[in-house]
Every structure is written in C-alpha cells, then in structure tokens.
Design a protein around this ligand. Sequence first.
Ligand code: UGA
Length: 468
Amino acid sequence: MRIAVVGSGYVGLVTGACFADLGHEVVLVDNDEQKLTALRNGAVPIHERFLRELLGRHRGQHIKFSGDLQAATRESEAVFIAVGTPPTETGDADLSYVESVAREISGAVDGYKVVVEKSTVPVYTSQWIRTVILRNGANPAAFDVASNPEFLREGTAVTDFLYPDRIVVGVESERCAEVLRAIYEPLTSGAYYGRADAIPRPDRATVPPRLIITSTKSAELIKHASNAFLAMKISFINAVASICESVGANVGQVCDGIGTDSRIGPRFLNPGIGYGGSCFPKDLMAFRAVAKENGYDFRLLDEVIRINEEQRHRFLRKVRAVLWTLRGKRLGVLGLAFKGGTDDIRESPALLLVEELLREHCQVCAYDPAAMEHAKEVLKSGVEFAKDAYEAATGADALLILTEWEEFACLDLDRLRKLLKYPMVLDGRNLYDPATMVEHGFSYYSVGRPAAVLEGATEVQSKKRERA
Ligand code: UGA
C-alpha cells in the first residue's frame, strides 16, 4: 500500500521504517527541511535499535522523505499523523500540530483516503480531525478517520512495532477497517515472521498478533488508559517498596510473590526512582485533564503522580542519610537517560536528581552510555562527564546508580571498590543483590530492600584493610 507518515519524530520514523519493512511504499513527511536533508543523507536522529538497519534497507526505495504534505496525501491511500502533542501549561495535550496537518490534508483528498491518528491524543481527537477536514471542503464520502495508537517503548520501538502484543485499530466504517487490516496483514497473517530477513523476534513475543478493532473513541482511550495503568503499576510498587523499607521487608521478594499471580504479572513491577520519559508524565496529565473535562475527577492519577515525585525525593533523603552533609561531596553517577537503552533525557528522574545534587553543591561525575550529549545541553555547569562507569567512580565518596542500563548491572565490582574513595553504592534501580555487594566489600543501599552495610566495619576501615 502507499502510505504517508506525517512527522519524522520517534513515532513517525519508527512507523515509517517498519511499514517499509512490511513491504509498503512509504513517504515520510516533515516540514523541517534540515531534518529531511539529514535523513536523505543517511542520518538517523534517534538512538533506536534496528532503526538504522531498516532505514538503510529501504531509504530511496520503499521509503522516501518529503516536505510536501499535499503531494504525499494525493499519492497515498492512508495518511498516518505522527506529529508531536506536547503538554500545555494546564496539562492538556496541545493539538495544534495535529489540527494544522488535518487542515492541509483536506485540500488533497482527491480519492478515498484513510487518515490515521498515530500520535497520542485525547478522546474525541479523531472526531475533531474529521470536522477540520470537512470544514476545509473535503467530500465526506472521500475519507475516513481512524485511531491506531502505538505502544512502542523507546529503545525497543522497532521490535515493539513488528512483534506487538496487539494492534489496536479504532474505526467508524468497515471500509476504513479493511484498509487498516491490509496494512497490518503481513503481521497478522504471520507472513512477516517467516521471512529470512525479518528483524529478529524478541524473547517474549507471541506471533501473530491479534488485531483488535474498536470504535475510534475506545481506541483513543485504550492508549491513555494503558499508559496510566502501567504508570500506576510502577507507583504502586514504589509505594510498596517504601513500606518494605519501613518494616524491613524485601520488595524483590514481594514482587516475586505478587508478580507470579497471573492476574497481576511480573512486568512493570520494578521499583526505582520513579518513571520518566516523554510519555508517562505527559500522558497521565493529559488523561487526567480529559477526564476532568468530561466530568470525572480521576484522583487516582493524582496519587500516581504524587508517589512518583515522592520516590525521587525519598532517594535524595537516602543519599543524605548515608553521606550526612552533601556540600562538596564527590558523587559518581551512573545513568542520565530516563531509562536504559535510550539517549532520551526528557523528564528523566536521573537528570532531575543530578540537578538536585548540584543545588546541594555536590561535585558530580556522571556517565551514561548514550545520553551524555543531550545531558550536556541541559547541565551547563558543575558536572564532569566520564568516559565510562569506572572513571565516574574514581575518587567518589559514593556511587549512585540512576538508570537501569544493562551494562551497569555487570560491573567489575572489585575494580569499582578500589576506585571509590569509600565503597558505598546507592542503587536507585536495584541492579545488584545486596548480599553479593557486601561480599565484595560494599555498603549497598537500594530501593525497598534492607540496606546491606559492611558488618563490623565502617567503610573507611574496609578501605584501610584493602590497602593493607
Ligand atoms: C511507554 C510505554 O511503555 C509504551 O507502551 C508507550 O507506547 C510509550 O510509553 C508511549 O506512550 O509512547 P517508554 O516511555 O518508552 O514507553 O518507556 P517505559 O519502558 O514504559 O518506561 C517508562 C519509565 O518507567 C522509565 O523511566 C522506566 O525507568 C520506568 N519504569 C519502567 C520503572 O521505574 N519500573 C518499571 O518496572 C518499568
């Protein structure tokens, strides 16, 4: 099929590249000429596994880049809108980019087209898109508007797209449903998975995925409700972790015990320093705003947000409790991205914590495998950037683990202990087993688990023993 994808941000790029890999002819539209030139020349603006490979495979063949939305609409059977929906001051999603795309599309509806909202948008957006297209003169029979929310996680977006748990499609007519069925047919029929050049299947995937057809309003709500539920799961376990800390229980054991209940499931039950990123914080606020507008005061979401913020403050209090005064202390920081596997620092709890530490006049030496370039733009002064985890730890009063990068979970502990000034690790992501850390000569503080402090010796004594 011929498909236009509007917006070459993270969702648009991944969607466009994956549609091309399914065998469709894709034109990726953006109004930023510089970005288009870079993409045409082979640049890949985001850190996303397999994206470079897919763009390399299809650039100039199944995928092309254009600044002309009307021409792209004319030559396509489906137009996917994947432009940004940033939050306004009140927490609502700003839909002005979506509206301007809808307005422009309307002048190019010259045969039956399906306009698909892919950006995360509040309920009623597809109705508004339809209204805008009609107001600008399009023939009502010549187009339909569908909602096809994405459930991509940054870092694994390509495999999430190609091996989804489900594909949700919200439509108001059978004709429109047929177009979307055809677009996703290589996945739903399983044909893609039999290809020798298919992107490798991740461990947990069950194929082929189910296509769930709903009304447009239900599809819009599915997206917001999914993200809100996942964020709620994280805040729930963070609240449980706080109780574990108070009573001396171990949140890892609690997670194991509740996560094995198939009704609950083990995923998204990792306690930490709170969720961040460009989705959960923004989508929760937008969902809360949309609920309020429609007469429902969704106070549960207020609490999810409050617990999330409190989690960061709790961690900071833990750092204070371990180090006593903070002014002038040198801290090694591992992780700046909002989670492992991405260079994205938007709403990153790690970055927010570093900013707090700087306000407390700590000296911070930070390392992140991918996010340092972005972090340098925000953390203008006061932070040293290390070339690896060991350099960040060198001479530090304590080491803080703030992002769940896989490489931070398998550090050479003996080397680390020798480099630190005091063998103290505060782990905001529970990457290590406390008993192992003590065996390796560390005092180790994590989230929701009893602190594992070196027995019978202060950290200074342990260090002296080591030197002797
Ligand atoms: C999230 C959703 O998981 C996707 O399904 C959705 O499509 C996407 O938002 C979106 O709306 O576009 P993403 O923001 O990429 O994806 O990241 P997640 O993997 O969900 O992690 C979000 C945050 O929660 C991170 O800061 C992560 O560290 C934190 N987290 C996650 C936890 O603290 N504990 C967990 O158990 C899981």
